[in-house]
Design a binder for this molecule. Structure first.
Ligand code: 2BA
Length: 109
C-alpha cells in the first residue's frame, strides 16, 4: 500500500475532494499552513494500492491550479526600528505538492 500526501491550496479543496470521491478513493483532509506564506492550505492523505498512485496524482494535479501570490519580504536588519518597509515579491504557488510514501502496515480495527 502507498500513502499519498498532497498539499493543495485552500481554493482547490472542493474540486480535488469532488474528483477523488467521484472515483471512489478514500482520504482524509488535514488543515495545514504553508511555511513561507503562513496561509491555510489543505493536505490530503490518500491510502491506495500501488497501481492507483498515478491515477490519484493525475486527478489531484488536474484539479489544482497554479497561482501567483505576493509575499512581503522584510530586509534582515533595519535601523532605526520603525522605518521598516516590506518588499513584496511574487511567488508561484501550487498546483499541488505531492509526496508518495510506502506504507509498512495498514489496519482498520
Ligand atoms: P508555502 O510554504 O507557503 O510556500 C508557498 C510558495 O512559496 C511555494 O509554492 C514556493 O513557490 C515558494 N517557496 C516556499 N518556500 C520556498 C523556498 N525555500 N525557496 C523558494 N521558494 C519557496 P509551492 O512550491 O507550490 O508549495 C505550496 C505549499 O506546499 C507550501 O506553502 C508548503 O505548505 C507545501 N510544500 C512545498 N514544498 C514542500 C516540502 N518540500 N515539504 C513540505 N511542504 C512543502
Amino acid at each position: 500500500m502507498k500513502l499519498i500526501i498532497a498539499v493543495v491550496q485552500h481554493k482547490d479543496q472542493r474540486k480535488v475532494t469532488d474528483a477523488l470521491l467521484e472515483r471512489g478513493y478514500q482520504f482524509t483532509n488535514i488543515a495545514s499552513t504553508g511555511g513561507l506564506l503562513r496561509e491555510g492550505n489543505v493536505s490530503f492523505l490518500v491510502g491506495v494500492e500501488p497501481d492507483q498512485v498515478d491515477d490519484v496524482v493525475q486527478v489531484i494535479g488536474a484539479n489544482s491550479k497554479t497561482r501567483e501570490q505576493l509575499v512581503n519580504v522584510f530586509p534582515p536588519t533595519i535601523e532605526p526600528i520603525g522605518t521598516c518597509i516590506p518588499n513584496p515579491v511574487k511567488v508561484q504557488v501550487g498546483g499541488a505538492t505531492i509526496f508518495v510514501l510506502n506504507v509498512e502496515r495498514f489496519e482498520k480495527l
